[in-house]
Design a protein around this ligand. Structure first.
Ligand SMILES: *Cc1c(COP(=O)(O)O)cnc(C)c1O
Length: 398
């Protein structure tokens, strides 16, 4: 392995070659059941024919032009996203962090053009992940992600999800601009917020003129069995929302969605992106959207989620010495482990199933929405083999 890469990743000793559906193959010819799915990006699995067709067709036509021109694919995808959600308008970027960056800028601009420039504070929550830009790390406040990068940015307030009184007090402050939260915390360990929590916060934000931002970068695009996770609940819609990861089915693209009112400060020249919304990304994302938003895809995702949850709950009951909780929502699943989660991920990999890490010593399962029932059963069989191996390790250490 070269040393010509910045050492910011702790990479697994697995060199990928190709994928198809829920399977990932390494260069040594081993096949893995992929319950990472590009880290929740490849919602349709690897090498989906509709995405390949969209990509290759567009590749022969036009890749990139500046946003000084009209890009018809943006109109089409924006119409789809706004028809399917609370939103009226969309800004396209290339990643989740950029979607969140745009969401935070949109919120502050809203108050600025409302004649309340003092409203800059963004309320964020412990256990959140919003990406790796300065705004994103400050909004999430994870100490290990902000350390060493200079002073914390002003205008970020951090609270805990359970601090009801603190949340109410912070929303009521005259300097508060917005509250940002993931309806299902992903990296933080697959923690699903309740409809009551979201509705309470929605109502408080409305009462105090504070904008509600959802980060659905991971929980969105069918991951929980609805197009967006908050759509499981009535009366819990945001003003602004970040979407990325599965939006392009694995192709880099992100979007910031907003109501027309919330986006009223986003006028000509205020924001932009060179690559955001390029024709290639739009073509693939439109194809991905049309597959993911199909009722049959979402129905299947819900059925597979139920199936997996049942199997994993059984597994946890057989291995209470290893797995203490099965949580999350839909196909954003967390297993809270007793043995070190990173070590368990390696054992799972050794047994041919790929899982992701997460906060609170969780391993996360983020399989593609197209996982079959047979593959779900096989994934859990392989996890069970990893559990046996973990038990053997524990016995040896004792
Ligand atoms: C992955 C993720 C991001 C950041 O997305 P990038 O594409 O890595 O910039 C932001 N928020 C959530 C909830 C995520 O899961």
């Amino acid at each position: 392995m070269t040393d010509a890469l910045m050492g910011v990743y702790n990479r697994a000793p697995l060199a990928v070659s190709h994928g198809n559906g829920a399977w990932l193959h390494d260069i040594d010819g081993r096949a893995y059941l992929d319950c990472v799915a590009g880290i929740a990006t490849d919602a349709l699995g690897h090498a989906h024919p509709a995405l390949i067709a969209a990509l290759t067709e567009q590749a022969g036509k036009l890749w990139h032009v500046s946003n000084i021109f009209r890009i018809p694919g943006q109109d089409e995808l924006a119409e789809r996203l706004t028809d399917a959600s609370f939103a009226d308008v969309v800004f396209f970027g290339n990643s989740g962090s950029e979607a969140i960056e745009c969401a935070l800028k949109t919120a502050r601009r809203y108050h600025f053009v409302n004649g309340q420039p003092e409203r800059i504070d963004i309320i964020g929550f412990a256990g959140s992940f919003h990406g790796r830009t300065y705004a994103a790390i400050n909004a999430a406040g994870n100490p290990s992600y902000v350390e060493g990068f200079g002073p914390r940015l002003p205008g970020y307030v951090q609270l805990t999800i359970d601090d009801e009184a603190g949340i109410a007090e912070a929303i009521a402050r005259p300097t508060t601009a917005a509250l940002i939260v993931e309806p299902v915390q992903g990296e933080g360990g697959a923690r699903a917020l309740t409809g009551e929590w979201l509705k309470r916060v929605r109502d408080l934000c409305t009462a105090h003129g504070v904008l509600l931002i959802y980060d659905e970068v991971q929980s969105g695009m069918g991951r929980t069995g609805k197009l967006f996770a908050h759509q499981w609940f009535e009366g819990a819609e945001p003003d602004i929302m970040g979407v990325a990861k599965a939006l392009g089915g694995g192709f880099p693209v992100g979007a910031c969605l907003a109501t027309r009112e919330a986006a009223k400060g986003m006028t000509v020249g205020v924001h932009g992106s060179t690559f955001g919304g390029n024709p290639l990304a739009m073509a693939v994302a439109i194809a991905a959207f049309d597959e993911i938003a199909k009722e049959s895809t979402l129905t299947h995702a819900r059925a597979i989620a139920d199936d997996l949850k049942t199997r994993l709950t059984d597994l946890a009951a057989r291995y209470p010495d290893l797995i203490v909780d099965v949580r999350g929502k839909g196909l954003l699943i967390g297993l809270k482990m007793i043995p070190n989660n990173r070590e368990f991920m390696a054992l799972a990999r050794d047994h041919g199933v790929l899982v992701a890490g997460g906060g609170e010593n969780c391993v996360r399962l983020l399989p593609p929405l197209i996982l079959s029932h047979e593959e779900a059963a096989e994934a859990v069989t392989r996890l069970e083999a990893a559990c046996e191996a973990a038990r053997a390790q524990l016995a040896k250490a004792a």
